[in-house]
Design a protein around this ligand. Structure first.
Ligand SMILES: Nc1ncnc2c1ncn2[C@@H]1O[C@H](COP(=O)(O)OP(=O)(O)OP(=O)(O)O)[C@@H](O)[C@H]1O
Ligand SMILES: [Mg+2]
Length: 238
């Protein structure tokens, strides 16, 4: 295929996603025709009120949850119609996840936590370890490889989570409020590192954030409201 054509195809496309939750209390319609594109090499921000469906959208984009209607395409391929093996591989190899609450395993060291997705993917242990050490070094954690999460600061913990999300060299990192539990200095440091990875490795990110300051530093911002995704100008964000 023509190089320039393949380069313009979005990495991820969400097409008209519908999702509702049926709890006993009442059915909540969260996504109603939500569509978006994620392009290679961008840092895309997603903002929206609490409860507007940002986490739900990110989970569906990463194949962690299924929509009731609509599709998610990864490089043009529908991720929900290829079978469970494909979906598992998609989540493990092609997407990196960073969650607000870090989700590191408390009994394992920083290095072991960062290696985890590589071992799940059945990759050669030595090359996974090399990659994890390289990433932890790049993120300023060279001297913390053998620390367990309880022995790390919040910012350091979140940088281990970032290293873990990158260990399989995924095309896209989906980050759900990655700086939500960090103070402003640690948040800025985390975002500076994301930008560095973006500039040096062309790493693509989708970052959900409540912070106007962070949103304004991203390449493009989408807002989730009333179940739909709208593009908004940085200047509009207060
Ligand atoms: N498993 C569930 N069962 C029932 N309702 C749910 C479930 N998960 C989420 N919801 C509801 O769906 C809506 C969207 O939730 P979601 O977590 O996607 O919002 P969000 O935009 O990420 O919010 P926040 O900014 O507070 O993290 C909320 O109103 C929430 O109460
Ligand atoms: Mg959320």
């Amino acid at each position: 295929m023509n190089e320039s054509l393949t380069n313009t195809e979005p990495l991820l496309t969400a097409v008209e996603l519908d999702k509702s939750y049926n709890s006993k209390a009442k059915a909540v319609e969260v996504l109603a025709g939500a569509s978006l594109e994620v392009h290679s090499g961008e840092i895309l921000g997603i903002v929206g009120a609490s409860g507007s469906g940002k986490s739900t959208l990110l989970h569906i984009l990463g194949g962690l949850d299924r929509p009731e209607a609509g599709n998610v395409l990864f490089k043009g391929q529908n991720i929900f119609t290829q079978g469970n093996d494909f979906l598992e591989q998609f989540r493990n190899r092609h997407i990196g996840f960073v969650f607000q609450l870090f989700n590191l395993l408390p009994d394992f060291t920083a290095l072991e936590n960062a290696m985890f997705p590589g071992l799940i993917a059945n990759r050669d242990k030595k090359s996974v370890q090399e990659k994890a050490e390289e990433l932890l070094g790049l993120l300023g954690l060279k001297d913390r490889l053998n620390h367990k999460p309880g022995e790390l600061s919040g910012g350091e913990t979140q940088r281990v989570a970032l290293a873990r999300s990158l260990v399989n060299q995924p095309e896209v990192v989906l980050a759900d409020e990655p700086t939500g539990n960090l103070d402003s200095r640690a948040s800025q440091h985390f975002m500076d590192l994301a930008r560095k990875l973006n500039e040096e490795m062309n790493q693509t990110f989708v970052i959900v954030t409540h912070s106007a300051k962070i949103a304004r530093s991203l390449d493009r911002i989408l807002q989730l409201a009333d179940g739909q995704v709208k593009s908004i100008d940085k200047e509009v964000i207060l």
